[in-house]
Design a protein around this ligand. Structure first.
Ligand SMILES: [Zn+2]
Length: 144
């Protein structure tokens, strides 16, 4: 199986992270690869009111929807205290957004490749399908 989520997508995320948050500053981002080959990148929008925070993934998901792009892979990086960035899995809400907004066919969305953390792996992550993150996803009951 040839993965869409590869070094190119990781490097794009890291390049953005180092550009937007230079000198090892705290920050993060999500990079998403589209079926067209386009890479969309966004970052968290912080807020003193936690309920108003937008996740790293939110901007890229909205951009994909705006452009009519199909997301096929996603990776999220976060860095604190100048340390090496770590991979974050998308939160439950972003998993739902990916499932609903980033593809136009339910079964295709299930196949979106997602980077999940794996400290034992040399690159710090593994690739799993979106459906593997939610084996009991609510829409599996009835395909809406
Ligand atoms: Zn999220």
């Amino acid at each position: 199986m040839i993965l869409v989520l590869n070094q190119e997508l990781f490097d794009a995320a890291l390049f953005f992270l180092d550009s937007r948050f230079p000198d090892g500053a705290d920050g993060g981002c999500a990079a998403m690869k589209c079926a067209s080959g386009k890479i969309l990148i966004s970052t968290k929008v912080p807020n003193k009111n936690e309920s108003a925070v937008l996740c790293h993934e939110t901007g890229a998901i909205a951009e994909a929807w705006k452009l009519g792009e199909k997301v096929v892979a996603s990776i999220c990086l976060s860095r604190k205290n100048g340390e090496k960035p770590v991979v974050f899995s998308p939160c439950g809400l972003c998993q739902e957004r990916l499932m609903v907004f980033c593809n136009f066919d339910f079964s295709e969305a299930s196949d979106i490749e997602i980077a999940v953390p794996d400290p034992e792996n040399k690159c710090g992550f593994l690739v799993r399908k979106l459906s593997e993150l939610q084996p009991y996803y609510w829409r599996n009951v009835k395909k809406y």
